[in-house]
Ligand binder design. Structure first.
Ligand code: PAF
Length: 298
């Protein structure tokens, strides 16, 4: 009898390739051509992840979710050590949201030979923004996502638009490696006050959480400003000024082309503004596409 994986109420939990292969075989017994959707996460699940699962559920027959805090993508050991983890709460959420298979591998299962150098030419997509401030980060992301996509071979994989650069890079990696998976981007899920949902929000005090709503407000104000001034430098300055006298510190504001991620000088509806700010030690990302205001204008 196969005893390699356990069922936690409704979710089948697997920890390595052979358990996964067995679980997906069983899951496909009734429908051999079932469409498989995959949501990769690092845990500390929230409504943002649930929106990925919801979209996956709507488009696929079987939804596989992974929880793996990938050491290869952290360039700051303190960030890795303090990354929020609560697998029990995560499992409950996955059950409530009808995830079918949970992939919960150890570091050794993902990297049996240790973390080896990973080579990929991302055509410059990894050079600006996060690439500047988190050297090596995207190599680590591509390495783990490639491993998971090869393990799960999903028809579709879902990633949030909140990590805008990551999504573009994953699309590129999938194309370069010729993987048979469609990458689907899912809209940013925001709290009522506008703050983009993120696992890192769990590290903020209630007061800081409230104040972090300012990020979204300032981006909205930048977009509004772009209706009368399309100069990227002026829009950046406008956004930066919005953080004066706040307790948050900007790491970068970048206005880039939606697809190439190259900085633009003049914005149009093909541009996106990406921002990272620190609230204390917590690093918060957000972005907004100018099409949301400029398309309406035209
Ligand atoms: O966005 C994340 O949570 C991670 O970068 C990902 C895609 C799960 C890879 O570890």
């Amino acid at each position: 009898m196969f005893v390699g994986f356990s069922t936690y109420f409704e979710v089948i939990i697997v920890t390595n390739q052979s358990e996964f292969t067995e679980a997906i075989k069983r899951a496909k017994l009734e429908k051999s051509d079932a469409i498989v959707g995959f949501v990769a996460t690092m845990g500390a699940l929230h409504e943002g992840h649930m929106s990925l699962i919801e979209v996956a559920k709507n488009q696929c027959d079987i939804v596989v979710c992974s929880i793996f805090v990938n050491p290869a993508q952290f360039n700051n050991p303190e960030d890795l050590a303090t990354y929020p983890r609560d697998v029990e709460v995560d499992q409950k959420l996955l059950i409530e949201n009808n995830c079918d298979i949970l992939l919960l591998p150890s570091v050794e299962a993902v990297y049996p030979d240790g973390i080896q150098p990973y080579s990929i030419d991302l055509d410059g997509l990894d050079e600006g923004m996060e690439g500047t401030f988190r050297p090596g980060h995207f190599k680590g992301v591509c390495m783990v996502v490639e491993r998971f996509l090869r393990m799960v071979t999903p028809d579709k994989a879902y990633f949030g638009l909140k990590d805008y650069q990551q999504l573009a890079i994953i699309r590129k990696m999938v194309a370069i490696r010729n993987l048979p998976t469609e990458v689907v981007g899912v809209a940013i899920k925001r709290a009522e006050n506008g703050l983009a949902l993120s696992s890192r929000n769990a590290l903020l005090s209630p007061e800081k959480l409230e104040k972090a709503a300012h990020i979204h407000k300032t981006l909205l104000s930048g977009l509004e400003f772009s209706k009368s001034n399309k100069d990227a430098v002026a829009i950046k300055k406008h956004i930066e000024a919005g953080f004066e006298d706040t307790e948050m510190e900007i790491e970068y504001v970048a206005i880039v082309h939606n697809d190439t991620l190259a900085p633009v000088e003049v914005v149009d509806s093909n541009a996106t503004v990406c921002i990272v700010v620190f609230s204390g030690k917590v690093r918060l990302l957000d972005n907004m596409q100018f099409s949301s205001v400029l398309d309406i204008e035209n």
